[in-house]
Ligand binder design. Structure first.
Ligand SMILES: Nc1ncnc2c1ncn2[C@@H]1O[C@H](COP(=O)(O)OP(=O)(O)O)[C@@H](O)[C@H]1O
Ligand SMILES: O=C(OP(=O)(O)O)[C@H](O)COP(=O)(O)O
Length: 407
């Protein structure tokens, strides 16, 4: 049983709040998109309004990446979003960090430095071992409680996600709570249930497809994007050199065999594209499967109108739709049609659940809204949609309880 903010006696309590604000970063190293910060405003405001003393913990990027930067600009933006001063300290668990946390008064907030600046935070541990890392041992003495609101990172077994809840009374924040409510009860959503798998993370999508078909969760799986292209090749379609080379270069060639196995096992429930859109003479050009392969340089960048008609007919009967991954290269406006039309059709379905970082950014860019739930997580949401447990959620379930006031 996971406790929530409703169970936390907040006033005067120093709370370490793990959020996921891992965001696109501009060339000057500052925050380029505040969507993930906005998601946590309710949790942070509630804790501060209720008299909590809040130390924010988060990662940004991965070591070696251009987006592996300090959280200083995140703190500045958070201050604007929360409409109150938010401190920042360029340390996570050292004496300077502990001093900043110990100095908080009721209603104060400080952002600690990018947790991944410390090597242990980019490793995966079991919770007991994670509890003995420098980050956890450093912060444990200055925190009274831990709140995890970082659903998008909940599939990582890292110290700030599984170590802190092993040693502190722990609670789910409002983002975590709502994600678990929606994504944890997939089996209870209405049927027919349709999964739409697009985008470019082919191995993950094939894992999801296997799992939901095997468990009987999916009445139909509709494929699009690079995932759809892999299924077309698996079905014996010659997609041409450009798309084949792309799939090979991504290291996804073996996925074609897995897709073929899936078609053998569950072909009656898997829909594959009936046409594709290619870049011909700088224009979008749609080709039916019978007109393939395209020219040598012409990659399949989107699904075409005939596929959209076919998929819309399947969606028309659906009670629940779960979507991950754009249907095409939506960043190029010639190839945004598939994503725009498919996702728009999904908003008419009684329960519509969307997950994925690029998917969320496609929806913002195309101005499509009206879904029942847009998950803040990509990998984490996918893992939950196959009804698997997430390490950070398990750690919350096993966390020690807050001592009663008269203990
Ligand atoms: N046919 C295609 N060919 C190449 N890339 C594609 C195609 N369709 C979609 N994509 C790309 O897939 C990317 C997003 O996929 P992915 O990372 O799996 O989504 P998410 O982050 O939502 O899980 C986008 O950058 C998009 O351009
Ligand atoms: O952005 C994230 O995940 P996502 O790309 O699956 O949405 C999380 O912040 C996890 O980051 P990570 O994949 O570097 O551990």
């Amino acid at each position: 049983m996971i406790e929530t903010l409703d169970d936390l006696d907040v006033e005067g309590t120093t709370v370490g709040v793990r959020v996921d604000v891992n965001s696109p970063i501009d060339d000057d190293g500052t925050l380029a998109d505040d969507a993930r910060l906005r998601a946590h405003v309710d949790t942070l405001s509630e804790l501060l309004d209720r008299g909590g003393r809040v130390a924010v913990l988060a990662h940004q990027g991965r070591p070696g990446g251009d987006d592996f930067v300090s959280l200083e600009s995140h703190a500045d933006r958070l201050s604007e979003l929360l409409d109150r001063p938010v401190g920042y300290v360029d340390a996570t668990f050292t004496a300077a960090a502990r001093e900043a946390v110990s100095g908080l008064a009721n209603g104060d907030c400080v952002v600690l430095e990018n947790t991944r600046f410390y090597s242990e935070e980019y490793m995966e541990f079991d919770p007991e071992r994670a509890a003995r890392t420098h980050l956890v041992e450093g912060l444990e003495s200055v925190l009274d409680a831990y709140v995890n609101d970082a659903f998008a990172a909940a599939h990582r077994s890292q110290p700030s996600l599984v170590g802190l809840p092993t040693v502190l009374p722990s609670y789910a924040g409002r983002v975590m709570e709502s994600e678990l409510d929606v994504l944890g009860s997939i089996e209870e959503t209405g049927e027919p249930r349709v999964y739409v798998l697009g985008g470019a993370k082919v191995p993950d999508s094939i894992d999801v497809a296997w799992s939901v078909l095997e468990k009987g969760l999916a009445d139909h799986v509709l494929t699009a994007g690079v995932v759809g292209n892999v299924f077309l090749i698996a079905d014996g379609v010659d997609l041409g050199d450009a798309s084949s080379d792309f799939i090979y270069d991504q290291g996804y060639w073996d996925e074609i065999d897995r897709a073929a196995d899936l078609l053998d096992a569950y072909g009656d429930r898997i829909a594959i594209p009936r046409d594709v859109a290619v870049d011909r003479g700088d224009d979008r050009h749609e080709l039916g499967i019978n007109a393939l392969p395209p020219g040598d340089e012409e990659a399949a960048m989107d699904i075409g109108e005939s596929t959209l008609d076919y998929y819309r007919r399947i969606l028309a009967d659906a009670e629940t739709v779960i979507l991950n991954g754009p249907a095409g290269v939506f960043e190029d406006e010639r190839f945004e049609t598939g994503t725009r039309q498919l996702y728009s059709a999904a908003t008419d379905i009684p329960t519509s659940i969307v997950g994925g970082g690029d998917t969320a950014s496609a929806l913002r860019r195309l101005g499509i809204d009206g879904f029942s739930h847009v998950s803040t997580g990509g990998g984490a949401a996918l893992r939950m949609l196959t009804a698997e447990s997430l390490p950070a959620v398990t750690a919350l379930e096993n966390a020690p309880q807050q001592p009663a006031a008269d203990d």
